[in-house]
Design a protein around this ligand. Structure first.
Ligand SMILES: [Zn+2]
Length: 476
């Protein structure tokens, strides 16, 4: 709300100045870190494009110090995106503990600008964007067709404390994504465009623009501020800046290709998922040919076997194979992260089954009940993991002998020892007179009503009675 008021005020000020502009509007898209990947698919704003006007432009630092650890100005409009959240060499940013600075973009010609789009990606406070952007049209301010750099009324390099608006620049928009509550890590996309209102009287003069364009400019000046002036590392990681020419026929803009991040549709159920192997291209082919079909087949199956009242399994989810992850795999929300090192060693063995286990977690979402109901019970970890391993070892890989549990002595197996031990117990209970146990257990866990009393209600026996009978059966 505040932002909108600011824009109305700002437009008023611009309207009072001699250089008028249509009202610019700012749209902000945010993807939290858990869901962000190199496709930069953001809610409410478009993904970065290639072949836009900025990719033919020249960037210059007018004031401030670029961080030598950054990828430099060449990364701003090179039509390439970072592959992960904290990739300094694929972004541009100002040096630590400096108050930001000014960047100038010189387009290859005076351009009717439809949109300015800025994208950033960082795991922490360097994701938000705080800047003011100005425009200057060389042809407009020149006399006799040639601009003189020492023209006192126009400064094409307004450094330091000089107000650009006082020396030939038109303020286009002020952006502060922190006002939208974006203070933490993730991906941020900002789209500045002309208002879709028709042009108001006060902006109609020889500098007026049509209602499709921000204005006609040769130069853009970004006056950039740190996101947290009190923090040493708070200069934004700018990943890509796109400038959309109002004449789309001249500049067709295509989404930036990310061949190792692929979105797959699952026909049954209308689900979709992305498989991200951008950190380990050697696994892209395996993921596409071996893993994706398993996910397409098993996700809807798992969603169906773990259905419960008033619940829909997540419509979309992400699987990222990470070169920096230790361990095997983990799921947070709808983001599955797998260790590239472990997967490489287990491509023929457990890699696909481990992924099926994680798909169960994507469907489970047992924490949801506690977000809406403070009295909902937390389902014990051994139940959560036991269900995931039951689906994996007993349904997906039935030839595995329960993941090797079948040969073990009963005294080495405890029903609440989690993972494949609990899975073996669940399998025994299910095949011994309780075919709907999985559905009941899942429903109790998801609604936050699971307790030790569940077993008696669901099977007529306590969990200890069931375990004793299971052990006796194993010894026979
Ligand atoms: Zn698990």
């Amino acid at each position: 709300m505040f932002q909108r008021i600011l824009f109305v005020a700002l437009t008023f000020l611009i309207a009072l100045s001699s250089r008028l502009s249509a009202e610019a509007t700012v749209a902000i898209g945010y993807q939290p870190g858990s869901r962000a990947n190199a496709t930069f698919r953001l809610p409410t704003v478009p993904s970065p494009v290639q072949g836009d006007a900025a990719s033919r432009g020249k960037w210059l630092v007018i004031s401030g110090t670029a961080d030598p650890a950054s990828g430099g100005l060449g990364k701003l409009s090179n039509d390439q995106l970072p592959r992960s959240a904290d990739q300094p060499a694929e972004n541009f940013f100002f040096a630590p503990a400096t108050p930001g600075g000014r960047l100038r973009l010189e387009l290859d010609r005076s351009t009717e600008i439809a949109q300015i789009r800025t994208y950033s990606w960082h795991p922490r406070e360097r994701a938000p964007q705080v800047y003011t952007v100005y425009g200057c049209d060389q042809q407009e301010v020149s006399s006799g067709g040639k601009l003189l750099e020492n023209d006192e009324s126009v400064q094409l390099k307004p450094s330091g404390t000089i107000d650009p608006a006082s020396c030939g620049w038109t303020k286009i928009a002020t952006v502060d994504t922190r006002r939208d509550g974006i203070g933490h890590g993730g991906q941020v996309g900002v789209v500045i465009s002309a208002s879709d209102h028709s042009v108001n009287d006060h902006s109609v003069n020889d500098h007026s623009v049509n209602d499709q364009a921000i204005g006609h400019y040769r130069y853009l000046l970004f006056d950039i501020h740190p996101t947290r002036p009190d923090a040493r590392f708070s200069n934004t990681f700018f990943s890509e800046i796109d400038i959309l020419d109002a004449d789309a026929d001249v500049t067709p803009a295509k989404p930036i290709a990310t061949p190792d991040i692929v979105t797959y549709a699952i026909e049954e159920g209308g689900y979709e998922f992305t498989l991200d192997t951008s950190e380990c291209p050697d696994l892209t082919r395996w993921a596409d040919q071996e893993l994706a079909p398993v996910v397409q087949q098993w996700y809807p199956k798992i969603a169906e076997m773990l259905a419960s009242d008033d619940y829909e399994a997540p419509h979309d989810f992400q699987i990222r194979i990470s070169s920096s992850m230790d361990g095997v795999a983990a799921t947070s929300g709808t983001q599955v992260t797998c260790s590239a090192n472990w997967y490489r060693r287990n491509l023929r063995g457990e890699a696909k089954g481990a992924t099926v286990h994680e798909l169960v977690h994507v469907v489970q979402q047992y924490g949801q009940s506690r977000r809406t109901n403070r009295r909902a019970a937390r389902t014990p970890g051994w139940v959560v993991e036991g269900i995931a391993d039951y689906v994996r070892w007993h349904l997906y890989e039935p030839a595995s002998a329960g993941g090797g549990v079948a040969g073990r002595r009963s005294r080495t197996l405890q029903y609440d020892a989690s993972y494949r031990d609990t899975a073996a117990f669940l399998a025994w209970v299910i095949t011994n007179g309780n075919p709907d146990l999985l559905a009941k257990l899942n429903a109790a866990a998801r609604s936050g009503t699971y307790s030790a009393a569940f077993w008696k209600a669901a099977t007529g026996k306590t969990v200890d009675e069931l375990a004793t009978a299971w052990h006796a059966d194993l010894e026979n």
